[in-house]
Design a protein. Sequence first.
Length: 87
Amino acid sequence: MLSSEPEEKRQSSRRRLGRLAVLKLGNAQHYCLVTDISEGGLRLHVNGFNVPDDFVLVFPEGGPAQSGNYKVAWRNGLDLGAKFISP
């Protein structure tokens, strides 16, 4: 029997989130929506600005994920996936 679901390629499961974070781009700061997180990364929804391949993401104190340096793993329209690199 064939499944219509695409094959899961993630190494760890994702949790839905829906929280704001600050994306730092040099001297500029932009808000973005973190739609879900996993053990090693997250998914962002951005609107109105371009995100470079490497960036700093800051969560509010006690946020659901780790603030620090991230690297883009994939892009799809206004969404992107990023891997945590270092604090």
